[in-house]
Design a binder for this molecule. Sequence first.
Ligand SMILES: Cc1cc2nc3c(=O)[nH]c(=O)nc-3n(C[C@H](O)[C@H](O)[C@H](O)COP(=O)(O)OP(=O)(O)OC[C@H]3O[C@@H](n4cnc5c(N)ncnc54)[C@H](O)[C@@H]3O)c2cc1C
Length: 247
Amino acid sequence: MGTWIKAEVIENRHWNRDLFSLILKADIAPFLAGQFTKLGLEIDGKLIQRAYSYVNPPDSKYQEIYATRVADGLLSPRLHALEAGDNLMITKEANGFFTLNEIPQSEHLWMISTGTAIGPFLSILHQNEVWQRFRKVVLVHGVRFSADLSYQAEINILKSKHKDQIIVQPFVTQEPNIEALSGRITHALKDGMLERIVALPLAPERSQIMLCGNPHMVKDVRHLLIQKGFEKNLRRKPGHITTEQYW
Ligand SMILES: Cc1cc2nc3c(=O)[nH]c(=O)nc-3n(C[C@H](O)[C@H](O)[C@H](O)COP(=O)(O)OP(=O)(O)OC[C@H]3O[C@@H](n4cnc5c(N)ncnc54)[C@H](O)[C@@H]3O)c2cc1C
């Protein structure tokens, strides 16, 4: 993956102790909503680099990355500590196939994420294409604590703008939250509760599923869906399940 260029930190928004969003200014090449870039910092004389999805849509003035500080992580604690005016490295070109042009047509699009992996979905939801192509869009976001439900203001704007099309279903696993389901996404999928609550059926002939985030969630949900007759979406063999794992 491509050329490294300099990015300037415009803002580092801390949502809580660990979750943060970096607003960056860099002369990047055009990208597709859902793609990721790489961020890098020199640590002990070596460029340490990691992948991060864009949260902003491609036509934004600034770039936005939503990340978490991983305890004992090499790069993310350093990113977390950056301040306005600091510089870091970013790859000019973005990468990845977690984009709408890879998703076959269907009636409903389900976007299922954990933690910071809501980012690429927000990028996609800010573009017109998704609203033109799918009759309903279900955004599922699983977090541990209520305070981890970032970007609520932005999600509320999407809800009021696309009220007949979007269904947003948060999950909070570690504490009660009256507006979220408790427990894991996988459990609610397995016992049919998710379908009942959002009042839409999950069926291969009507649904495309995008899964992003924690590899355990991605693996377990994919497994459950395959049992229901869904297939992996591959370029050589289009199916219904498209995935991006963060580690
Ligand atoms: C395609 C792709 C896109 C990604 N986009 C994002 C993004 O938008 N935001 C983001 O925060 N991370 C994202 N990641 C993960 C990111 O690249 C780093 O792995 C993460 O920031 C940790 O780096 P580190 O050097 O601090 O930790 P490392 O020392 O590399 O430790 C890695 C460990 O950190 C944990 N971890 C990694 N990512 C996460 C996470 N997001 N949430 C919780 N635990 C995690 C896992 O246990 C993993 O084994 C993405 C990864 C991939 C492959």
